[in-house]
Write a protein that binds this ligand. Structure first.
Ligand code: NDP
Ligand code: MG
Length: 372
C-alpha cells in the first residue's frame, strides 16, 4: 500500500528535495497535500506534477489545481499516514501539534518546533502513539545508530563549522550577508544557513537532540568535523562508538525519515569510498568565537521558557541581519541580551510559549533600533 504523505513547506530546500525523493519512489507514496508560503508559482508547478488533493499558500486564491486548506486543516486530516514538517521557524509548531493530536506520524525537519516546545511535543507524541522521525542529518544519524537508548552514555553531534571556521573574529564581525550565506558543504534555506555560520544551528540541534532522545545536556557533545562525512555518533556505556557516515546530501536523511522503517534504493548518492575520502578531521568547537553554542547549552540547561527566548531572539535577529539592519555579531549579542533579561517560566503551556515568543521578538526589534 502507498504511504500517504503531506509536505509542509514543499517549496523550500527540504521540501523540494523531498519531492525529488518521492519522484524516484513514486510507487511508494501518494501525496495528500503540499504547502507553500509566498512561492505560489512553484507550488502550482508542484501541484500539476504531483497532483495532491489539497494545498496551502499565503495567498490561497492563487492556488490552482488543488483544494485550498489551512495548515491546521491539512494536519488534522486523517488521510495522512505521515506529515513532513519542512517549514522554517516558529510556524511549524502548531501544525505539528495538530498532526500529533490526530495520531499522524511526523518526519520533522523543523527543529524550532522542539526548541520552542520540546517537552510538550514529545509528551503528546508519546500519549498519542505518534513517531517523531528526525530529518536533520545529525539526528537522523543518531536515530540510525541507536538500538537501546538506555545503554547510551553520550551523543556526539558533528558540525561542519560553517564558512567562518578558519576566519578570525574580526572577519566575522565585518561579514556580509553574501559571505555568511556561502556555506562550504550544504545548500539550505537562508535562515538555517545563517544559523550554521554562527553555530546557533548546532546549539538548536543540541536542544533538539535532548528532546528527541531524552539525553541530559551534559551527555551531548559537539565536535567540529569539516568534511561532513560522519553525520553524528553515539557512545555506548561500554565505550563502543557507533557513527553513521555518508556523503553530504540531505536526500538521504529525508528519504530515511519518510520511508522509515523501510530502506529503498531511491536517490542514492554515489557509492561510498573510504580511500577517496582519505581523511576525516575532528576538533573542539571554539566556544569564544561561536558563543551561540554556549548560549544554547545554557538555555537548554535552564529549561522552561529559556529556549523559547533563545529561539525567538535568534530568529528575529537573523531576519534583521538578512535585511541589512544589524551586523552578524549583533545576532548573538541580541540573543545574549534577551537571555539575560528573560524571567524563566518553568513548564510553560502553548499559549504562554507564544506570548513569550511575541514579547521577546518585540523587545529584540526595539534593541535593533538602538544598534543602528
Ligand atoms: P526554506 O527557507 O528553504 O523553506 C521554508 C519553507 O517554509 C518554504 O516552503 C516556505 O514557503 C515555507 N514557509 C515559510 N514561512 C511560511 C509561512 N509563514 N507559512 C507557510 N509556509 C511558510 O527552509 P529549509 O528547507 O532550509 O528549512 C526548513 C526547516 O528544516 C527549518 O526548520 C530548518 O532548520 C530545517 N532543516 C533544514 C535543512 C536543510 O538542509 N535545508 C537541514 C536540517 C534541518 P515559500 O518559500 O513558498 O515562502
Ligand atoms: Mg543539521
Amino acid at each position: 500500500m502507498k504511504k500517504r504523505i503531506s509536505i509542509l513547506g514543499s517549496t523550500g530546500s527540504i521540501g523540494r528535495q523531498a519531492l525529488e525523493v518521492i519522484e524516484k519512489l513514486n510507487d511508494k507514496f501518494e501525496i495528500i497535500a503540499l504547502t507553500a508560503g509566498n512561492n505560489t508559482e512553484l507550488l502550482n508547478c508542484q501541484i500539476s506534477k504531483f497532483k495532491p488533493k489539497y494545498a496551502y499558500a499565503a495567498d490561497i486564491n492563487a492556488i490552482k489545481g488543488a483544494l485550498p486548506l489551512s495548515l491546521e486543516e491539512i494536519c488534522s486530516n486523517k488521510e495522512n499516514d505521515i506529515i513532513l514538517v519542512a517549514v522554517s521557524g516558529k510556524i511549524g509548531l502548531k501544525p505539528t501539534l495538530t498532526a500529533i493530536e490526530n495520531g499522524i506520524n511526523i518526519a520533522l525537519a523543523n527543529k524550532e518546533t522542539l526548541v520552542m516546545a520540546g517537552d510538550i511535543v514529545m509528551k503528546k507524541a508519546k500519549e498519542n502513539g505518534v513517531k517523531i522521525i528526525p530529518v536533520d542529518s545529525e539526528h537522523c544519524a543518531i536515530h540510525q545508530c541507536i538500538k537501546d537508548i538506555s545503554q547510551v552514555d553520550k551523543l556526539i553531534i558533528t558540525a561542519s563549522g560553517g564558512p567562518f571556521l578558519r576566519k578570525s573574529i574580526d572577519d566575522m564581525k565585518n561579514a556580509t550577508v553574501e559571505e555568511t550565506l556561502a556555506h562550504p558543504r550544504w545548500h539550505m534555506g537562508r535562515k538555517i544557513t545563517v544559523d550554521s555560520a554562527t553555530l546557533m544551528n548546532k546549539g538548536l540541534e543540541v536542544i533538539e537532540a535532548h528532546h528527541l532522545f531524552g539525553m541530559d545536556y551534559n551527555s551531548i557533545e559537539v565536535v567540529v568535523h569539516p568534511q561532513s562525512i560522519v553525520h553524528s555518533a553515539i557512545e555506548y556505556v561500554d565505550g563502543s562508538v557507533i557513527a553513521q557516515l555518508g556523503l553530504p546530501s540531505m536526500h538521504i536523511p529525508i528519504q530515511y525519515a519518510i520511508t522509515y522503517p523501510e530502506r529503498y534504493n531511491g536517490i542514492k548518492s554515489k557509492s561510498f569510498s573510504f580511500s577517496e575520502i582519505a581523511r576525516l578531521d575532528f576538533e573542539k568547537p571554539d566556544m569564544h568565537k561561536f558563543k551561540a553554542l554556549e548560549l544554547a547549552y545554557n538555555a537548554g540547561k535552564q529549561g522552561g521558557s529559556s529556549t523559547v527566548c533563545l529561539n525567538a531572539a535568534n530568529e528575529e535577529a537573523v531576519f534583521a541581519f538578512l535585511n541589512g539592519k544589524i551586523k552578524l555579531f549583533d545576532i548573538i549579542n541580541t540573543v545574549e541580551t534577551m537571555m539575560e533579561k528573560h524571567k524563566v517560566v518553568q513548564s510553560p503551556n502553548i499559549d504562554e510559549i507564544f506570548d513569550i515568543d511575541n514579547e521577546v521578538r518585540t523587545k529584540s526589534r526595539e534593541l535593533f533600533l538602538q544598534l543602528r
